[in-house]
Design a binder for this molecule. Structure first.
Ligand SMILES: C[C@](O)(C(=O)O)[C@H](CC(=O)O)C(=O)O
Ligand SMILES: [Mg+2]
Length: 308
């Protein structure tokens, strides 16, 4: 009911413990606060909040147009609905190093457990597209130093993402990852790795947790949890997976509605009314007022959809 029971500090401790556990963590991307509740209920270990999803959901491309206020507000709305730790994509840190510092403090205030900051130039682009450019080493390190110095909670996880692999190759990525750790990164997100061997190369080069991005239609094959665990990855994100699934379903429903004049053929694919109410914990609000949930949902509407 209402928001999660855990404080942001507790969630950050939980994330640190999970990363130290030796067990690989799966963080699906939530496209909304409600979807974060579903991720939580399904037993995942954390929630990822994607910059691409945040931008695309506003109808914008993922090129660094979103503002700190938009990112912190949406990420905060998502993070507060789950007891799981949430990690948000802070793109390039949203400006110069002093802006990066402010970004980190705002994300701490919003209740996030951590964020990642990348070394792309602005305007940035999806890490799995061609034609990316990265900033020089000094600028990349300044961003991470500023982030690490700005945080007030030492458990707020600063992940340095490097996009250098696509431009300069895996050796350059290994070198940059090491330098980013020396600058204060708590973990490394090597973007657009072409193979499991490349993840292994990063693993062998740094002794902090590493993150793998299993985004669809990208540069990496969709490696399994077992494959990534075997090369020493600690955390896997599935950034756009739920948005793509939900929008795919929305498109199919709209097509059917146009073609058939009714949505009837799609109802069996939908979340039922009962299931939706269960996810928002509707009945629990009776603890405030017994008249809040005093109706029955007809049996015929209870079991047609997914999940129930
Ligand atoms: C992880 C990512 O930064 C994101 O914003 O979710 C994107 C995902 C994508 O565009 O598929 C990325 O740059 O990989
Ligand atoms: Mg992104």
């Amino acid at each position: 009911m209402l928001y999660s029971h855990s404080t942001p500090e507790q969630k950050r401790v939980r994330l640190r413990e999970a990363l130290a556990s030796g067990r690989i963590q799966q963080f699906p991307g939530a496209f909304s606060p409600l979807s974060a509740k579903l991720i939580d209920e399904k037993g995942f270990s954390g929630v990822y909040i994607s910059g691409a999803v945040l931008a695309n959901d506003l109808g914008l491309p993922d090129i660094g147009l979103t503002t700190l206020t938009e990112v912190a507000t949406r990420a905060g709305q998502i993070a507060r609905m789950t007891d799981l730790p949430s990690i948000v994509d802070a793109d390039t840190g949203l400006g110069e190093s002093m802006n990066v510092a402010r970004t980190v403090q705002e994300l701490e205030n919003a209740g996030l457990a951590g964020c990642h900051i990348e070394d792309q130039v602005n305007p940035k682009r999806c890490g799995h597209l061609d034609g990316k450019a990265v900033v020089d080493l000094d600028t990349a390190l300044q961003r991470i130093r500023a982030a690490a110095e700005a945080r007030r909670d030492p458990n707020f996880l600063i992940t340095a993402r490097t996009d250098i692999r696509a431009a300069e190759g895996i050796e350059a990525a290994v070198e940059r990852a090491q330098a980013l750790v020396d600058a204060g990164a708590d973990s490394i997100f090597p973007e657009a790795m072409a193979s499991l061997d490349e993840f292994r190369a990063i693993r062998d080069a740094v002794d902090v947790p590493i993150l793998a991005n299993m985004t669809e239609f990208g540069k990496s094959r969709l490696f399994t949890v077992a494959e990534l665990a075997a090369v020493g990855v600690n955390l896997i994100i599935y950034p756009v997976t739920l948005l793509r699934s939900a929008m795919g379903a929305a498109e199919r429903t709209l097509d059917a509605l146009r073609a058939e004049g009714t949505q009837e053929s799609q109802v069996s694919e939908m979340l039922t009314r009962a299931r939706l109410y269960e996810l928002v914990d509707y009945q629990a609000y009776n603890s405030f007022d017994a008249d809040v949930f005093n109706f029955a949902i007809p049996e015929v509407f209870r079991d047609t959809g997914v999940g129930h």
